[in-house]
Design a protein around this ligand. Structure first.
Ligand SMILES: [Zn+2]
Length: 170
């Protein structure tokens, strides 16, 4: 199984959301999560490629040319510093199945607010990829309690995402 990992945003060109109190950047959290996810998936026998770039056309094209079976984009949410929780976004029917498996694994692994899975038709990476694609909003980086989850439990979140993927593939 070929899994393409897209950590959200770009460490040089697009920080993504930033926690206003601590300065923690979404692009860095996503990058770390992507590195860990690649290791767990490779250990599970998956072929993995990772690309973090603000050029989402390039990201989609690279995934499609490689022939990815699964495409996972890793992000942190942000809203009003009060909203919390984890949600997984999808577009296609197969994406919905994968999103539910990942969401269930995360909810069972960490003490987060379950915001459920959501169908989205307006996201580049879900529209542009041929693979079964999902986008995981791991937690709200602008909320300090959720930031603590990202600081302390990122490895647990990532392992849950890996299990969701292998649940789907298996
Ligand atoms: Zn993002």
């Amino acid at each position: 199984m070929r899994v393409f990992i897209n950590p959200g945003h770009d460490i040089d060109l697009d920080s993504g959301a930033v926690n206003p109190n601590y300065g923690t950047r979404e692009c860095d959290v996503a990058r770390n999560a992507g590195k860990m996810l690649a290791r767990y998936l490779q250990t599970a026998g998956c072929e993995v490629r990772t690309l973090q770039s603000d050029d989402l056309g390039l990201v989609c094209e690279t995934s499609n040319e490689w022939g990815a079976d699964i495409f996972v984009s890793l992000h942190c949410n942000a809203f009003n510093t009060v909203a919390r929780g984890t949600e997984t976004l999808y577009k296609s029917y197969n994406g919905q199945q994968l999103a539910q498996l990942i969401q269930d694994q995360i909810i069972n692994s960490i003490n987060t607010v379950d915001r459920g899975i959501k169908k989205r038709d307006d996201l580049w990476v879900l529209n542009g990829t041929d693979a079964v694609a999902v986008l995981v909003e791991m937690a709200f980086i602008d909320n300090d309690e959720d930031l603590e989850i990202l600081n302390n439990d990122l490895d647990t979140i990532v392992r849950a995402i890996a299990r969701g993927i292998t649940d789907f593939g298996g």
